[in-house]
Write a protein that binds this ligand. Structure first.
Ligand code: HEM
Ligand SMILES: *[C@@H]1O[C@H](CO)[C@@H](O)[C@H](O)[C@H]1NC(C)=O
Ligand SMILES: *[C@@H]1O[C@H](CO)[C@@H](O)[C@H](O)[C@H]1NC(C)=O
Length: 420
């Protein structure tokens, strides 16, 4: 865990050195001024052509990973190692290594921790592959990302329903994608792209509060919700020669999300269809242009500023419209308040996230700490020269997890975990 923290902390130094608000058009244009056809065209010729997933392939709640599998950048079966999943997110979509590692580590909640390659199913649990090494009673069987509710998969997703509302949190719901496409159809410029996805995120949170009595948005879910939402403008835009700073192509979004229009205009989706368009351009590969902490932290702060409801931490009390915010100060024993998280630069935010990860993960992944640490060390050494000592301005010794028991949506997901 310390290694993960240091990996992140190293990048935090970068973050303060290269503060690039996404609204700062000039800074952004600078970073994205050198369009490079060969570097930026998505490499989707064979063997990376699109092949729709078959019924036995695993697909789940993440359109990015589903598309990587449909193009064979990770195993087309949808089960691949932690390292391959993180590497493909970085190399194909240019999601920065710290951000990819963070997502990958949360993804381990659905993975098989007893296999040294740390295989993760991006969807349903793997049939019985990888179960051989499982010691009875030691760990729950690998659940796949689809079944990581309130570990990774969370409520109020951009295009997916809440688990306890639809009993399905992985199927794309066209009625949620439609308003997102409408927002970008009206304004495809990259300058407002964070504002527009923030609007969708806020609408989805309000919708969950109004409809889902078991809505739960704890600190981890709030962070996951913001990060995953921001991937749409950051990783799904078309970074072409005409718009090197990015263009929110509605056609491109539909394709990567796996949706299409029937002849009568109805938006439809079928499992396994997430496809990178034939002519499509990704972010530049240069380290500073990748979507990592220096870019995403200011985006999160912008999201909270424009739509404060996206910083809602808490949940409903069993009935719609009973949202009670979590007292973050009490939860963190005084270490952080909501205002601390909003501080410019995102230093408190990133320290809060990594301290939370440090506190929460060892409990759940504790018995494989060494294995995990060695994976992260390798990753850190290969990709990041900035590991170093760094001290967060505040420290958080423990959190009061019992405070979450006031939220029935959290309690229900905890029950499910012990049953597995
Ligand atoms: C280590 C790699 C990754 C892991 C483990 C991962 C996992 C997940 C999971 C579990 C969710 C569901 C969260 C929720 O319930 O809302 C999700 C959502 C999402 N992910 Fe990923 N992801 C990864 C990489 C990527 C990449 C590379 C992209 C983009 C290219 C991406 C784009 C998205 C988007 C846009 C959503 C929101 C889906 C929606 O509701 O519309 N992810 N991811
Ligand atoms: C969400 O609900 C709150 C409280 O009712 C309201 O103030 C806010 O404007 C709503 N946000 C959106 C994006 O509709
Ligand atoms: C991406 O941009 C290129 C260059 O402008 C364009 O030819 C292509 O059609 C765009 N792709 C999509 C799906 O919008």
């Amino acid at each position: 865990m310390r290694v993960l923290f240091l990996l992140a902390a190293g990048n935090t130094l970068l973050a303060s050195a290269f503060y690039i608000p996404s609204t700062d058009a000039a800074a952004r244009r600078d970073l994205f001024s050198t369009f490079d056809e060969a570097d930026q065209r998505f490499p989707i010729s064979p063997p990376h052509q699109f092949i729709k997933a078959g019924p036995n392939d695993h697909r789940g709640p993440c359109p990015g990973l589903n598309s990587l599998a449909n193009h064979g950048f990770i195993s087309r079966s949808g089960v691949d190692s932690f390292f391959n999943i993180v590497a493909a997110s970085n190399q194909v979509y240019r999601m920065g290594i710290a951000a990819s590692t963070f997502a990958g580590v949360l993804g381990l909640f659905g993975g098989n921790l007893l296999d040294p390659t740390l295989p993760i199913s991006i969807g349903e649990p793997p049939s019985n592959a990888g179960l051989a090494g499982l010691l009875p009673g030691l760990l729950a069987p690998p659940s796949g990302l689809t079944n990581t509710h309130n570990q990774f998969e969370c409520d109020a997703s951009l295009t997916r329903c809440d688990l306890y509302l639809c009993n399905d949190a992985h199927t794309l719901q066209p009625q949620y994608l439609e308003p997102l496409l409408d927002l970008y159809a009206a304004d495809p410029s990259i300058a407002n792209s964070v504002a527009l996805v923030s609007q969708q995120h806020a609408n989805r949170i309000n919708d969950s509060i109004a409809k889902n009595g078991l809505f739960f948005f704890g600190p981890v879910q709030m962070v996951v919700g913001a990060f995953t939402a921001l991937q749409v403008p950051s990783l799904f835009a078309n970074y072409s020669a005409e718009h090197p700073e990015g263009f929110m192509s509605v056609e491109g979004l539909m394709s990567i999300y796996g949706a299409s229009r029937a002849s009568d205009g109805t938006l439809t989706w079928s499992r396994g269809s997430e496809r990178i368009p034939d002519v499509y351009y990704r972010r530049p590969g240069a380290l500073l242009a990748q979507w990592d902490l220096p870019i995403l932290l200011p985006q999160v702060l912008e999201m909270w500023l424009l739509f404060p409801e996206t910083l809602s931490i808490g949940g409903n009390l069993g009935e719609p419209n009973t949202f009670v915010p979590l007292d973050l100060g009490a939860f963190t024993h005084g270490a952080y308040s909501l205002d601390d998280l909003r501080q410019p630069g995102g230093l408190n935010l990133i320290c809060f996230i990594y301290q939370l990860v440090q506190i929460l993960l060892p409990d759940l992944l504790g018995n494989v700490n060494d294995l995990l640490a060695s994976v992260l060390t390798d990753l850190g050494q290969v990709t990041d020269g900035v590991l170093g000592s760094f001290i967060c301005p505040r420290s958080m010794g423990a959190v009061d997890l019992t405070m979450l028991n006031q939220y029935p949506g959290w309690v229900k997901s905890q029950k499910k975990k012990t049953l597995l």
